[in-house]
Design a protein around this ligand. Sequence first.
Ligand SMILES: [Zn+2]
Length: 418
Amino acid sequence: MKELTIKNVRRAGSDTLESVTVENGVIKGWNLGDLGTVVDGQGGTVAPALIELHAHLREPGQTEKEDLASGLAAAAAGGYGTVVSMPNTRPVVDDPAIVRSLIEKADRLGFARLRPAAALTRGQKGEQLAELTALKEAGAAMFTDDGLTNENARTLRLGLEYAGSLGMVVSVHAEDATLRADGVMNEGPVSEALGLPGNPAAAEAARVARDVEIVAQTGARLHVQHLSTARALDIVRDAKRRGLPVTCEVCPHHLTLTDEKLRSFDAIYKVAPPLRTQADADHLLQGLLDGSVDCIATDHAPHTRAEKERDLLEAPSGIAYIELAFPLMWTRFGEQLGLERLLDLMTGAAARVMGWPEPTLEEGAPADLVVLDLETERTVEPATFKSKAKFTPWAGESLKGWPTLTVVNGKVAYQRQD
Ligand SMILES: [Zn+2]
């Protein structure tokens, strides 16, 4: 395969303009001259491509919302080189043949790399474990019943033990379904003022507490998805202090939006777990700063516009924004977190959660790279999204930190055109 050289780029923390050459899917070296195809990085910052541990790509079966082509192209445009897709599709990804076909199809597309999560239980019903060994052999990256909530604690225990014996991570959507009941937003003064059914913070905290105790009993790895409340984070912190193998992710939407947004009655803000209070968001940011939050994931969850235009009681939950996750985080929190910490939260930290090799820019490392323009402010224009969900809570906002080039496996997966 011919070389690809990206010139005029700098590594995070350096002012020196350099060039990097990739060949055969790996980094061939730095400052080797203009070998092969040359792309001008225009002074941008080069980093290992971002890693997304939580995206809903909706294939198979819900491709009116998103499919592998649109979702993985959107991911590449967002600077992601790897995406873990959630298995709550139609049918559910609980069959090794589906895992294999998703990976084969994604490989042919040439956008971001797909690492599908498989269901922990058959049909994600939470009762009988799926064929975890066969799913792992087919290429499943993790096990999760995300979208649903693992109500049966004994099944989760067995799943953790079984997955643990395979060296696999189990991820959980930690909400007590009976406690959140039919809540459509965070329970609190705003839900009371609006007269809408609330989903209490306790639904998340109680479930995280239960799951931490199961981890204490089994010793198996558990990852808490889209952690949204201060109280649940305190429970994770305490579990870490006890030395338990628990990790957690937070999502940019829980850091940047609060339940006040629901005063618009716009279901674009309906998400599960729901948008919480500013105090929760501040606590999550503190968790990113002090290391008690492990990584950032988006929970990219596209739906059709018609679905999201239904009223709050009826509309499905989910916000889709994989294309602007890095710009959103960099613009809002770049100063507090710093570039290197933010990049780590979206690359190396995610890899460590999964037990994957640490992404690096060293010679011989996989050629999954992103070039980021950290300076230029651009308006969020959903019409230009590669995702099928061409609407977002941040439409019209001015953000900086946009990816200009994403290279996956040594090939250009995205290049900004203007
Ligand atoms: Zn979820």
